[in-house]
Ligand binder design. Structure first.
Ligand SMILES: Nc1nc2c(ncn2[C@@H]2O[C@H](COP(=O)(O)OP(=O)(O)OP(=O)(O)O)[C@@H](O)[C@H]2O)c(=O)[nH]1
Ligand SMILES: [Mg+2]
Length: 282
């Protein structure tokens, strides 16, 4: 069992006794408890042949998840922009990714693009010091687009492999902040044609399915490329992963499973699903 699904498993277990097959009624209730959206629950139940065994449930759940080709990185630097609502885990996720890339022997540079709060710059600086990676920052209150431009220019000059740019938390409903986000994206492209190569939407997993509309709106604003769902370790809403993925039709790359730089798990549909159904069956 994947550790970050512990709370989700407890929620499921509170509904279903472990058996060889689960009834559609109890399955529906348990999936609802795990915060899967009704659309996905219905689509799933429709697909299932009775009796609902582990193999059948695994297969049907996997069918809900869109499949994606693995992405090959050819750009140098490969520029990623972390976006999302306040407190979703953007800055921490950037630190986790930086650690991951560095451990793979790749050069990383951070851009402290959350110029909105002084504390945000300090937070990323402290991660940069801990991970021993360079960071470009400006005084707080500066223009985040200019910061993004400077970070990419510096990375180009130094031959760095990965650029990770933080942004200030924002609600998709805040028009001026949506415009600011669009501008950051435009200016990245000016600094290096095609950048940002991956706009990462960082979603707070504790929000479960209610993050779906938010994700759709961010997608309308800037066109997201992939998602990272954080804080799954602290929630019973693991079932929302299926709804988020199916309704957005964008890949979930990683799961955030804790506050340390190591707590970044590759999202793998099969191992996630096998873990997810474990509490149902004996
Ligand atoms: N348990 C857990 N906590 C997390 C995870 N990711 C982030 N956090 C915590 O969530 C809080 C917010 O994380 P940040 O990375 O600061 O979030 P942010 O999106 O940058 O926030 P703003 O810049 O304020 O918009 C911090 O206390 C993090 O330690 C995760 O995967 N699991
Ligand atoms: Mg932040």
């Amino acid at each position: 069992m994947l550790g970050f699904l512990r709370k989700t498993a407890e929620a499921i277990r509170s509904i279903v006794p472990k058996t060889q097959s689960v009834s559609p009624e109890l399955l529906e209730e348990a999936l609802h408890e795990a915060d899967m959206d009704y659309d996905e629950i219905e689509a799933l139940i429709d697909r299932l042949v009775l009796p609902i065994t582990a193999d059948r449930l695994e297969f049907a759940l996997l069918e809900l998840l869109p499949a994606f080709e693995p992405y090959e990185i050819t750009q140098k630097p490969f520029v990623e922009l972390a976006i999302g609502v306040n407190g979703s885990g953007k800055t921490t996720t950037i630190a986790k990714l930086a650690k991951r890339y560095k451990s793979e022997g790749r050069g990383v540079m951070l851009g402290a693009g959350d110029t909105f709060r002084a504390a945000a710059v300090e937070q990323l600086k402290s991660w940069a010091a801990k991970l021993d990676v360079p960071i470009v920052s400006a005084v707080s209150g500066g223009d985040p687009s200019a910061l993004a431009y400077d970070t990419i220019s510096s990375a180009l000059a130094k031959g760095v492999d990965h650029v990770l740019i933080d942004t200030a938390g924002r609600l998709h409903t805040q028009k001026n902040l949506a415009e600011e986000l669009k501008k950051i994206v435009r200016v990245c492209d000016k600094a290096y044609k095609g950048a940002p190569h991956r706009k990462l939407l960082v979603l707070d997993g504790t929000q479960g399915g209610s993050a779906i509309n938010q994700a759709k709106e961010f997608n309308e604003i800037v066109g997201i490329d992939a998602m990272i769902v954080t804080k799954l370790d602290g929630t019973a809403k693991g079932g929302a992963i299926y709804s988020i993925s199916r309704q957005l039709q964008k890949p979930i790359l990683y799961i955030g499973a804790g506050e340390s730089a190591d707590d970044l798990i590759d999202f793998n549909a099969r191992s996630f699903t096998q873990s997810f159904i474990e509490p149902f069956f004996s």
